[in-house]
Design a protein around this ligand. Structure first.
Ligand SMILES: Nc1ncnc2c1ncn2[C@@H]1O[C@H](COP(=O)(O)OP(=O)(O)OP(=O)(O)O)[C@@H](O)[C@H]1O
Ligand SMILES: [Mg+2]
Length: 338
């Protein structure tokens, strides 16, 4: 018997945890702050996120998950331990954990995920493909013999999958998502205004004035450091320039979606032409994203109800319907205490 059963979406930007019958119990940025000298973890989650771009030389902020896979085991374990501790009363009982993994993840990467969870206190780890979980969380009939097309635009990667009978039939993963959009926005502001900004400011510009289609008229005020004078400098950034800067990256997302459609078997294609595309992930909340996807594919496109939480909600569905677990069991990691 396990005292607790939880689901974890360990994302590149955000980690979301659900507990059986409790819903979402934790939502933290996937960030840790490290003391450079001792390598000790000094802050985790929201507290570490507030430190980005504001740390003294002795402290650095790090993202333990990159492109949807673990890039640093110790930091990932610290992050998981932090969010798992939020389960009241489970301090001494090791929970059974459903984790999500990318379809394209290697054996080594899957093992690293499970290992980090076990080290953080999990008793048993089961894995679910991220797009399958996202589909379940978005209410798609992923366990039926019907094709569904899911596009998850996260921070590190955009994952696209045609799902049927609980499995991924055709998929693509592009390293183009929220992070890359932040980078191109920061590069544009440097080029256009000779202004240096940190990634939180670039992200704010993207969210406030970014759009997946041209024609938005919004603008926002930002403060950065002028490259030549070194002084603080304030500029007004408009949507048109931001769109231009992001256009190439947005096209890469279009191409990845088209590559999946090109490889989709005809019967499933017929299903998808009826049901359309469902978007999940924080990047899908960009103004005009659903409309863009619809223009590119000619299909109806709908945004999931809670795009950033769909994957975690999907793991909660698996917890609630253990009879479905076999369908989604990819690699049980039977290490540690059972
Ligand atoms: N309204 C918005 N417009 C554009 N982008 C947004 C918006 N809201 C959030 N985002 C972006 O969504 C991204 C985070 O999404 P999400 O939480 O789904 O990522 P993740 O699951 O942690 O990453 P991944 O799935 O790649 O590992 C960030 O890049 C953030 O800037
Ligand atoms: Mg994600």
């Amino acid at each position: 018997m396990f005292a607790q059963e939880i689901g974890i979406d360990l994302g590149s930007a955000n980690t979301v945890v659900v507990a059986k019958r409790k819903g979402i119990i934790a939502r933290e940025p996937s960030v840790v702050a490290i003391n450079r000298n001792t390598q000790a973890v000094v802050a985790v989650g929201a507290e570490a996120h507030r430190m980005i771009g504001r740390t003294p030389d002795t402290i650095m902020s790090a993202h333990p998950v990159r492109g949807g896979v673990i890039s640093d085991m110790e930091q990932s374990t610290a992050l998981l331990r932090h969010v798992m501790r939020k389960i009241a009363g489970s301090r001494w009982l090791r929970p059974r954990v459903i984790m999500t993994m990318q379809t394209s993840a290697s054996e080594l990467e899957r093992h690293a995920l499970a290992e980090a969870a076990i080290q953080a206190g999990a008793g048993e780890v089961l894995m679910v493909e991220e797009t399958v979980a996202a589909g379940l969380g978005a209410g798609l009939p992923v366990d039926r013999p019907v094709g569904s097309l899911l596009v998850d635009i996260g921070s590190g990667t955009t994952n696209i999958a045609v799902i049927s009978l609980g499995g991924v039939v055709v998929s693509a993963s592009a390293p183009v998502a929220g992070d890359q959009l932040d980078e191109v926005v920061a590069r544009y502001i440097k080029r256009e205004f000779s202004l240096l900004i940190g990634s939180p400011t670039a992200e704010r510009v993207k969210v406030e004035v970014g759009a997946a289609l041209p024609g938005r008229t919004a603008s926002t005020m930002i403060v950065g450091r002028h490259m030549t004078t070194g002084n603080p400098c304030q500029v007004q950034v408009g949507a048109a320039g931001v769109y231009e800067a992001m256009a190439e990256s947005l096209t890469q997302i279009d191409l990845a979606v088209q590559s999946v459609l090109e490889r989709t078997p005809p019967e499933l294609m017929a299903d998808i032409s009826r049901s359309g595309i469902v978007l999940t992930g924080g990047g899908s909340m960009m103004t005009g994203m659903a409309e863009r996807m619809s223009q590119v594919t000619g299909l109806a496109v709908r945004l999931a109800e809670s795009p950033q939480e769909s994957v975690a909600i999907g793991t909660a569905v698996v917890l609630e319907h253990p009879n479905r677990i076999n369908l989604y069991r990819v690699k049980p990691a039977r290490r540690g205490k059972k």
